[in-house]
Design a protein around this ligand. Structure first.
Ligand code: S3P
Length: 171
């Protein structure tokens, strides 16, 4: 069975965009990133959306975007880390494509998001505590929507992409 749509879920820094871009290239699919689509639709960066409309406003935009993007054919979609908090999003992801959970430890996520100013939820005194909290709340939800879980911590991005391609070829 050829897989038409692949959806990547996981926390900020798990590698959804980096892995998604390479995976799309190898599989000859179009890469789409829900956050970047929201930014190009609104013309502003995510932190400004949070500032102007609150997290609630961002989540509404995200829900609409996920609904639209999960219907696009032949894509690899990187979702925002919080997309799975919403039941409609989880349903769309589960029903419309093959969902890959990119799992990483808090240590690895922290390292990869250290310099980042584009993630409002991590602009806090204690980003480690925030990531721990988010991981404990969301990990069960990521696992619930996922068809497979891949550990991104121990191997290179290239190897993760290879593992996934092999997986899809075997389906
Ligand atoms: C968020 C993750 C971000 C972005 C927003 C909120 C979250 O996406 O959607 O800052 O709630 O985890 P990435 O996971 O692509 O960084």
């Amino acid at each position: 069975m050829a897989i038409d749509r692949i959806f990547l879920v996981g926390l900020m820094g798990a590698g959804k965009s980096t892995i998604g871009k390479q995976l799309a290239k190898v599989l000859n699919k179009t890469f789409v990133d829900s956050d970047r689509e929201i930014e190009s639709q609104t013309g502003v960066a995510i932190p400004l959306i949070f500032e102007l409309e609150g997290e609630e406003g961002f989540r509404r935009r995200e829900r609409e975007m996920i609904d639209k993007l999960t219907l696009q054919a032949n894509t690899v979609l990187a979702t925002g880390g919080g997309a799975v908090m919403n039941e409609d999003n989880r349903k769309a992801l589960r029903e419309r494509g093959y969902v890959v959970y990119l799992h990483a430890t808090v240590e690895q996520l922290l390292e990869r998001t250290r310099m980042d100013r584009n993630r409002p939820l991590l602009q806090t005194e204690d980003p480690r505590a925030k990531l721990e909290e988010l991981l404990s709340i969301r990990d069960p939800l990521y696992r619930d929507v996922a068809d497979i879980t891949i550990d991104t911590g121990l191997v290179s991005i290239r190897e993760v992409v290879q593992q996934l391609v092999q997986k899809f070829e075997a389906l």
